[in-house]
Design a protein around this ligand. Structure first.
Ligand SMILES: *Cc1c(COP(=O)(O)O)cnc(C)c1O
Length: 443
């Protein structure tokens, strides 16, 4: 079923965008290829609501893929941004806001003694890997299938089957020499990890993992997995890099690390952050133990730099956002996420649609499959067509889900009763659409 929703201006913009930008978008998921239909060009956003260029309104469950944890155009962040902007946009010198943001991060995440600010999560993971290689004088990196760490050459690698498969490039343009230094393993599989380290242990510079994966849908570590990562890397002299670009400052004030709560036992060597810490502006970071971070230029031999790194406006937005993330905010995110997920699950159940709701604190996603998902192979078994029908029906009723079944759903502090009620009202129709195999294919 499709409600009447005029999308002609979005469609016209997309048609024009295609002539000047590949696929008409600046990040592939925005093109709606996984769900079909016209991507909505958003004109403005306030709180939990998006308004598109045709005037349609949507409750937002993307939240810019995580950063908008307070909701859109939060007045406190707006104020910080306007004040910072009134003093100039970028200096190319040290400035105060970047120290304040670094201090805030260091004070929240106990094992992080120093951070270096960068402009994107991709830069953060790329730099953390260079630092790990510099520190260990080794070259191999272990990553897990289904974990996304930005579009870094060495990390754009998927899993072959079996143990310790040397990755093939996942993207054209990634040299085999780069991907060949990457070992891709199935997530949540300690045996595969042991086998890879038995063979290559003394060549591995670092294991990089999403602290709790959210880029294959939400697939949290099984109990003991994070600890196993710490133990095996320590045993073989490799570093552990916890990618908290998505989970950092979202899963708790101290990210997934704070949420999983095994501090001393599982403290990684390096962390990467992004998304929430920029408050919607380009700011990201990598950080960790002082003795490692001191290997960076200008103190040490590992080079890393950025023209706009620590940008005064981005850091002002990030700092205002983190300061507003109180315990009440995290409690609200939990409550709202559970209300939405419970309602979705109950409607899908009524409609007879097999599904799994999976959680990482307030981050969740719904897999259209009847088995719990613990790794990428499991995630790939979901019924992506059922998701596409569900997505389409939600969008038509004014709820903007992430346009892919391999993504987390994000809520914000601004998701109030009205926004939640709007989502809940849309669910029965969407659940029936997911169930109906004879509805027109949207793909
Ligand atoms: C989003 C994301 C990145 C990449 O960040 P960008 O700012 O898009 O470059 C890296 N790692 C994880 C876990 C992410 O979710």
């Amino acid at each position: 079923m499709r409600m009447s929703q005029n999308t002609s201006t979005s469609q016209a913009l997309l048609d024009h965008a295609r002539s000047v930008t590949p696929g008409g978008v600046n990040s592939p998921v925005r093109a709606f290829r996984a769900v079909g239909g016209t991507p909505r060009f958003i004109r403005e956003a306030k709180g939990p609501w998006l308004t598109d260029v045709d005037g349609n309104r949507y409750v937002d469950l993307i939240c810019s893929w995580g950063p908008m944890i307070l909701g859109h155009a939060d007045p406190r962040v707006m104020d910080a941004v306007q004040q910072a902007a009134s003093r100039g946009f970028s200096f190319g010198t040290p400035s105060e806001n970047e120290v304040a943001l670094a201090t805030e991060i260091v004070s929240r995440v106990e094992p992080v003694e120093q951070v270096r600010l960068v402009s994107s999560g991709t830069e953060a993971t790329m730099s953390a890997i260079r630092l790990a290689r510099g520190a260990t004088q080794r070259s191999k990196i272990v990553k897990f299938a289904g974990c996304y760490h930005g579009h870094v050459d060495a990390l754009l690698a998927f899993a072959g089957s079996g143990l310790a498969t040397f990755a093939l490039p996942d993207s054209a343009g990634v040299p085999a020499s780069s991907a060949g230094e990457t070992i891709v393993l199935p997530y949540n599989d300690v045996d595969a990890l042991d086998a890879a380290f038995a063979e290559h242990g003394d060549e591995v510079a670092a294991v990089i993992t999403e602290a709790s994966p959210g880029n294959m849908g939400v697939v949290p570590p099984v109990p003991g997995f994070t600890k196993a990562l710490r133990d095996i890397t320590t045993k073989h002299g490799a570093l552990l890099i916890s990618d908290e670009v998505m989970t950092g400052f979202r899963c708790s004030a101290a990210g997934w690390f704070g949420h999983e709560g095994q501090q001393g036992e599982t403290a990684p060597d390096l962390f990467t952050f992004g998304k929430v810490m920029g408050g919607g502006f380009p700011a990201a970071a990598f950080g960790g133990r002082r003795d490692l971070m001191e290997l960076l230029a200008p103190d040490g031999p590992v080079y890393q730099a950025g023209t706009l790194a620590g940008n005064p406006i981005a850091t002002a937005a990030g700092l205002a956002t983190l300061q507003a993330c109180t315990p009440e905010v995290y409690a609200h995110l939990d409550r709202v996420a559970h209300t939405i997920a419970d309602a979705a699950s109950s409607e899908l159940m009524k409609a007879g649609v097999p599904h799994q709701v999976q959680w990482a604190s307030s981050m969740f996603s719904i897999f259209f499959t009847d088995e719990a998902v613990t790794n990428y192979d499991g995630a790939k078994k979901q019924d992506i067509h059922a998701f596409a029908r569900f997505f389409d029906a939600m969008l038509a009723q004014g709820v903007h889900l992430p346009p892919s079944s391999f993504e987390a759903w994000f809520v914000s502090a601004s998701h109030d009763d009205e926004a939640v009620a709007h989502i809940v009202e849309a669910l029965p129709t969407a659940a029936r659409a997911a169930a109906s195999t004879d509805s027109a294919a949207t793909l």
